[in-house]
Design a protein around this ligand. Structure first.
Ligand SMILES: [Zn+2]
Length: 54
């Protein structure tokens, strides 16, 4: 499996929803009913938060 290159990482970032804070991201995950097992991470590309899909 090859590592995602910069272009692919940027695409993953832009496809994902962004949150201004970790709290916002986790709250959104809970409201969506998918809170369990999902965590938020600070994205190095946009400096905002995304939720993991796992
Ligand atoms: Zn991002």
């Amino acid at each position: 499996m090859k590592k995602p290159n910069q272009e692919e990482r940027r695409r993953m970032c832009t496809r994902k929803r962004r949150y201004r804070s970790q709290g916002d991201a986790l709250e959104a995950a809970m409201l969506a009913g998918a809170g369990r097992g999902r965590t938020a991470y600070l994205c190095p590309l946009c400096r905002q938060w995304h939720l993991t899909s796992g």
